[in-house]
Design a protein around this ligand. Structure first.
Ligand SMILES: [Zn+2]
Length: 111
């Protein structure tokens, strides 16, 4: 048996996903069930009809523990995917939490 087409690709995808989960588990805020907490609209955003107000780009992004963890996760993700990841402070958060992005343009300019 010579293995089916795409088998290796699937395995690679699985191990990539597992490695990603591992990075997220070590550097993200976790829920009680051990899954990374995801960014969600605040009630004030949900109530607001103006699309500009809503920070939709951050929806369902994993929330990093703090800046140090975010930077470490960015390094590990960059290594894993072979392309850079950038850290930015979520404009949605009051106390400050961080996300990763592939696109430097997503990083809001510093105030
Ligand atoms: Zn956020």
């Amino acid at each position: 048996m010579s293995g089916q087409r795409g088998e290796r690709g699937d395995r690679d995808k699985e191990s990539l996903l597992a490695a990603r989960q591992d990075i997220l588990a070590r550097h993200c805020r976790l829920s009680g069930s051990g899954r990374p907490l995801l960014c969600a609209p605040r009630p004030v955003e949900k109530a607001h009809a103006d699309a500009m107000w809503r920070q939709q780009g951050n929806d369902r992004k994993a929330i990093l523990l703090d800046k140090d963890h975010a930077e470490q996760a960015a390094r590990e993700m960059s290594e894993l995917y072979g392309e850079p990841r950038y850290v930015y402070r979520c404009p949605r958060s009051k106390r400050g939490h961080y996300h990763l992005t592939k696109n430097r343009q997503d990083v809001p300019p510093r105030p």
